[in-house]
Ligand binder design. Structure first.
Ligand SMILES: [Zn+2]
Ligand SMILES: [Zn+2]
Length: 662
């Protein structure tokens, strides 16, 4: 008879034990997937250890009879290797997750639903485990694809697997199509959370058995079952899409990939033309420009040694032949002239489109792109009844204006008269992408414009269609929100930022970095001799010239100083604790009580600073009052988790490395 320690692959609240004991009549190896009875339901679990107790004393035998027997062995071979146990433990510890939830996140759903014996054909090889050390570097360049392919080829020669991560599925697909022309298609796996569960499991097993050598995917591809990983590339490493910010567990694929690199001893390359301040800081002495040969002829980067020698930061030189032609437009003047969304200069540029068959890409910031409803007579603005946010205009159905709350989905009909003063002058304000579209259509009725935002883009295909329409000149103007960044749009004659000020006004420490990234990603769309216009109500902001000149050195210098001063990353790790409560007094009390407890536990440590609690930027969402506590921590994971342990599970969420602090 065997005593088994198991990890159930279900979310068990962290105050309960995560490792449960069962017995089995047959031996079951560590790493095997089995079914155990949990709350009278067969539940998938991974075996952590087995002990033969047949020959042991009756005492132990007796006590183990109070244990339940496992239901069934599912995988005929172990499916979890030592490396995966290490990753699982790190994943759960680092993100402060119950072990069961961490395991459930990693394993394919299809596998967890398996009811009968499953022949995976896997042979878990346990490599000798070394000390974990990071071999990561930064590839700082605009043109990266050729470099990726060269690295994959080198890695293939060593018969090792490569993982190439992209922020969004559309980027991953585009790369997948390119490598399919270069490498044997059966060597390549595309892994995405959007695959059908059966297909996902098939790809997962192919990767596990080392049949595929090149694994391409977006966020969740880090949960592939790698057999022998030698190379990891994270494209656009700064992209916030790598973070699961709206769904528990709140992990970041970039951090997970770096950890995988350590576990497998794989070369890890963080790549971008607008790297994050954190990554630049960490990899400062390991930054590479394109390798020699044709690459270096194409662009005018300095040689490898001089880059390393010249670090700290350098400026990406403008490529020769492209004139720097950008202009900041003061929208305060424009409003005085009566131009609301499109400035005089931009209108003049767009005018040229119709004359010379040119093309334009226009950006409008997603946040604040909604249309608020307010009364022109008393200034009253309409709010959602469940959340403390303005309710926004959604669409017109049969002459009736529909309003929508983006936070809870509440819909209502727009009032004809002001609910407060009874006035009749209800106005719709704010720069909406829809409103901008209408304005452009009104000014230039002949131009074909395609609006791309969360309303018009529902799938990857919608973006792909817009890109090909623009390529084949069936569309003159692309007008879009963040959705248009980092896509394969061809170069345009005019690139303009209609509005970006709402980001500037957010009380977030990454604001300048974000603006730099957005402007520089848009600049890539500007063709040779093209024009770049930036409309703003704050033309004096120092970040604009830095971003427009792609002066990364200056950005880094400013940012790193401020972050050191205010204890932000990369000097401290951030943790965001959020409490939600339907009772405003209780919300206040409970969040203050917990903050006090944390304060006492951490003993005013220099390495653990607590800010707040403070009411959320949106103080009430879905009828729940929101309070945030921000922690800046330099403690090791274990000490940090000892403190976090006092936070109740109910009504609290814990976000490690949050992307937003408000
Ligand atoms: Zn009114
Ligand atoms: Zn709402």
């Amino acid at each position: 008879m065997y005593l088994l320690e198991t990890i159930p692959a279900v979310n068990i609240p962290r105050e309960h034990p995560q490792i449960l004991s069962y017995f089995s009549n047959e031996p079951v190896s560590r790493g095997t997937l089995i079914l155990i009875p949990l709350r009278n339901k067969p539940t998938p679990a991974i075996v952590l250890s087995q002990t033969d107790i047949s020959s042991q004393k009756t005492q132990l035998k007796k006590s183990s009879f109070t244990l339940k027997k496992i239901n069934k062995i599912i995988s005929l071979e172990p499916i979890f290797s030592e490396k995966e146990f290490i990753f699982l433990k790190w994943f759960a510890d680092y993100y402060f997750l119950p072990l069961g939830l961490a395991l459930k996140t990693i394993l394919p759903t299809k596998l967890l639903k398996a009811k009968g014996p499953l022949k995976t054909g896997l042979r878990i090889t346990n490599y000798e485990l070394r000390n974990l050390e990071s071999n990561s570097s930064l590839y700082f360049s605009d043109d990266r694809i050729d470099f990726y392919i060269q690295k994959i080829k080198e890695n293939l020669k060593n018969n090792k697997q490569s993982l190439i991560l992209f922020p969004e599925q559309i980027n991953a697909l585009s790369f997948f199509n390119q490598v399919n022309l270069i490498f044997e298609p059966n060597q390549i796996s595309f892994l995405s959370g959007n695959l059908a569960p059966k297909k996902y499991l098939d790809e997962w097993l192919k990767i596990a058995s080392n049949d595929t050598k090149i694994i391409i995917g977006a966020r969740s591809a880090i949960f592939s079952k790698f057999s022998d990983l030698g190379l990891i590339i994270i494209d656009e490493e700064q992209d916030q899409s790598f973070k699961s910010w709206n769904m528990r567990p709140y992990y970041n694929s970039r951090e997970c990939a770096i950890k995988l690199g350590e576990i497998f001893g794989a070369e890890t390359i963080l790549a971008s033309s607008t790297p994050s301040i954190e990554t630049y800081h960490k990899t400062k002495s390991r930054i590479h420009p394109p390798a020699g040969g044709q690459e270096s002829k194409k662009s005018n980067y300095r040689s490898s040694t001089s880059i390393v020698a010249s670090a700290p930061p350098y400026v990406i030189p403008e490529k020769s032949g492209i004139q720097t032609q950008h202009q900041i437009i003061d929208m305060r003047d424009e409003v005085r002239k009566g131009n609301e969304i499109i400035s005089e200069d931009l209108a003049a540029e767009l005018e040229k489109i119709s004359q010379n068959s040119r093309q334009a890409i226009l950006f409008i910031n997603r946040r604040g792109s909604a249309t608020f409803i307010f009364c022109r007579e008393c200034g009253f603005s309409l709010h959602c009844k469940n959340c403390d946010v303005p309710i926004v205009f959604h669409k017109e159905i049969k002459g009736e204006k529909q309003l929508l709350c983006h936070h809870c989905g509440h819909r209502e009909k727009s009032p004809d008269i002001c609910p407060k003063c009874g006035g009749h002058k209800i106005r719709y304000s704010g720069i909406a992408s829809q409103k901008a579209e209408e304005k452009i259509k009104e000014l230039f009725p002949d131009l074909k414009i395609k609006r791309l935002d969360s309303e018009t883009v529902l799938s990857t295909q919608d973006i792909q269609k817009a890109i090909s329409d623009f390529k084949e000149k069936r569309v003159d103007i692309i007008l879009g929100t963040q959705i248009i960044l980092n896509k394969d749009f061809p170069k345009a004659d005019i690139v303009a930022v209609l509005s970006i000020d709402t980001i500037l006004n957010l009380p977030e420490f990454r604001t300048d970095e974000r603006i730099y990234q957005i402007i520089n990603q848009l600049k890539k769309y500007r063709g040779n001799g093209g024009t770049f216009l930036l409309q703003t109500f704050k033309p004096e902001s120092e970040i604009f010239p830095i971003a427009l000149n792609s002066n990364f050195a200056k950005l880094y210098e400013r940012e790193i100083e401020a972050r050191k001063l205010f204890n932000y990353p990369p000097f401290f790790r951030l943790i965001k604790l959020t409490h939600r409560n339907s009772n405003p007094q209780l919300a206040f009390k409970e969040s203050h009580k917990i903050a006090e407890k944390i304060n006492v536990l951490s003993g005013n440590s220099e390495n653990f600073k607590i800010i707040g609690p403070a009411a959320g930027f949106i103080p009430r969402i879905k009828n729940q009052y929101v309070y945030n506590i921000i922690i800046k921590s330099n403690l090791g994971i274990k000490d940090r988790n000892n403190i976090l342990n006092i936070i109740p599970t109910k009504d609290w969420t814990i976000d490690i490395d949050p992307i937003s602090l408000i």
